[in-house]
Design a protein around this ligand. Structure first.
Ligand code: TEU
Ligand code: CA
Length: 557
């Protein structure tokens, strides 16, 4: 941090190092394969650190690399202190940690402690019988009065959340797949074991944790309460006391249920819980009330802007936002919110600009920085994701046509984000010399990292610029957010203000040209910071924007 930044009197909250950081998410299975088995691995990640350093990111969030039978690609962990053999060894991980650190990049691990794998030793013990000392590490119930499941709690991947264990006659709870039994957080032994494991990793120098479905750990299944259980925040505060206190880690909770009020509980300065949480309102906003993401609503920019503005305002004084368009569970940003045909490049850049200029810590999902698009699979055989395959079975049994299902999967299957990262225009995008575990996109010939790095007008270089600007401009990190033209259906306009600095962000989020009348106070001049088509350094009352054109101007007084 520069002397100027540290002393900037306009910054009134205590600076945290992760306020100006950008996080890059890696889905290891799909990132880079070093040995030709078709599965991305840790040596593959090490080989791409130069690329990540060039992009300028500060942290890597690694989706799970732990030992796992891979029922849910590693979100089913059988040993928290070992590495899945297909990803490498613990020594490979230490090497990654050290080599990333040499480049100033920290590693954030995925903490998946709502559930384990059914092959975790705790569960293998627990299912031995009612008197086993690990029995209570999981959630067991006798059958309901009719002999079936104890109640009708549903699994997020479809079907009952209860699975019968024939040998004991009891059911265990699994909010995800039946191979992901839920841990019983009411048991102090569970909590102790999790904290010990977290300390083991933190002591070895990782930079923090992304906490998988952390809003579910306080569940009360008998009352059918899953998210936001009564002891949720007690557990997170205890976790903080036992692991994070006296350390300077970044923590981000995955919280599908969070509201602006509860975000302040998780991330408020005096709360001693987490650095920040992921909120998903901009994601679920386009989901159908009944069919969820398998039937989506049309894009509504006015509603989308309202969501972002609400979160920017809600966490303006306390708490901290995380900023993201996509992750390994969500469609590709440019396909979902932008336009992945003719306007792929400007729309990917504009989406990046409007997000990265907000207040919060940005997260870039692998491939987003080169404008990767959704998968274009045409048959169910090409899909690999457990959620997609389960839903396919259930929806077809309920009468949905195979074509309609594929149409829904095109929009929202988790596999959209899981196709191999294309590094070159070689077969499979150079991701592997073998056969990839999931097919590469058909467009790797033109959309690949090598081409993006070589082209200074690419989406990659736009991201690089945005990431750098956050490091050099306090106003982007700490400035007050104010939106304008909230009812405009195509244009996103906001400012960030800190002391005498003001950033104006003006974006056309549509594929039609737009002529827009600006509010008087926006008419301004200054320095062009970032743009899609050409640098703009002053704004008149009436502005013409090309399809998906956007830019930012810095005004200093
Ligand atoms: O995701 C939580 C979760 O609820 C998602 O499965 C989500 O509902 C769905 O993808 C949206 O369509 C986390 C992980 O990010 C995900 O990859 C895991 O499968 C899940 O937890 C279980 O660990
Ligand atoms: Ca491999």
């Amino acid at each position: 941090m520069t002397e100027h930044a540290r002393l900037n009197p306009a910054v009134t909250i205590t600076r945290q190092w992760w306020h100006s950081s950008t996080v890059y998410q890696i889905y290891p299975r799909s990132f880079a394969d070093s040995n030709g088995d078709g599965i991305g691995d840790i040596p593959g990640i090490i080989s791409k650190l130069d690329y990540l350093e060039k992009l300028g990111i500060d942290l890597i969030w690694l989706s799970p690399i732990y030992a796992s039978p891979m029922d849910d690609n590693g979100y089913d962990i059988s040993n928290y202190q070992d590495i899945a053999p297909e990803f490498g060894t613990l020594d490979d991980f230490w090497e990654l940690l050290a080599k990333a650190k040499e480049r100033g990049i920290g590693i954030v691990l995925d903490l998946v402690v709502n559930h384990t794998s059914d092959e975790h030793d705790w569960f293998l013990q627990a299912r031995k019988g009612r008197n086993n000392q690990f029995r209570d590490f999981y959630i067991w119930r006798d059958p309901g009065p009719d002999g079936g499941p104890p109640n009708d709690l549903q699994s997020i991947f479809g079907g009952s959340a209860w699975e019968l264990d024939p040998s004991s006659g009891q059911y265990y709870l699994h909010l995800f797949s039946r191979r992901q039994p839920d841990l019983n957080w009411e048991n102090e032994g569970v909590r102790r074991a999790v904290y010990d494991m977290m300390n083991w990793w933190l002591d070895r120098g990782i930079a923090g944790f992304r906490m998988d479905v952390i809003d579910l750990i306080g569940k009360q299944p008998d009352k059918q309460i899953t998210a936001d259980g009564p002891h949720l925040h007690d557990y997170i505060q205890e976790m903080h006391r036992e692991t994070l206190r006296h350390r300077d880690a970044l923590t981000v909770g995955e919280t599908w249920s969070v509201t602006p009020d509860s975000a302040l509980l998780y991330s408020g300065r005096e709360r001693h819980e987490l650095s920040m949480v992921f909120q998903f309102e901009h994601v679920t906003q386009r989901w159908d009330e009944v069919f969820g993401k398998w039937r989506s609503k049309p894009f509504d920019l006015v509603a989308l802007k309202a969501v972002f503005s609400k979160w920017q305002q809600a966490l303006a004084e306390d708490g901290w936002n995380s900023l993201f368009w996509g992750n390994h569970d969500l469609p590709r940003a440019v396909s979902r919110y932008g336009e992945d045909g003719e306007f792929r490049v400007p729309s990917a850049k504009t989406l990046a600009t409007v997000l990265h200029m907000m207040r919060g810590t940005p997260y870039v999902y692998q491939g987003e920085e080169i404008g990767m698009t959704n998968a274009s699979f045409t048959s169910i055989e090409q899909y690999k994701d457990i959620e997609t395959l389960n839903m396919h079975r259930l929806h077809l049994a309920a009468g949905l046509s195979p074509q309609d299902f594929i149409a829904g999967a095109h929009m929202n299957s988790r596999d959209n984000a899981r196709t191999p990262m294309p590094w070159t225009d070689a077969p499979h995008g150079g991701f592997t010399t073998g056969t990839p575990w999931i097919e590469a996109n058909g467009n790797v010939g033109s959309i690949n990292a090598a081409a993006a790095v070589d082209d200074d007008q690419s989406v990659f270089h736009h991201y690089r610029k945005l990431i750098t600007l956050r490091k050099t401009h306090d106003v982007i990190v700490y400035g007050r957010y104010q939106s304008y033209l909230d009812q405009h259906p195509e244009v996103f306009l906001y400012t960030r203000t800190l002391g005498g600095d003001r950033v104006t962000v003006l974006a056309n989020l549509s594929k039609a040209p737009v002529v827009v009348e600006l509010p008087g106070e926006i008419v301004t001049g200054g320095e062009a910071l970032v743009w899609t088509h050409q640098p703009i350094s002053s704004l008149e009352q009436t502005v013409s924007l090309r399809p998906w054109e956007s830019f930012c101007i810095l005004t200093r007084t």
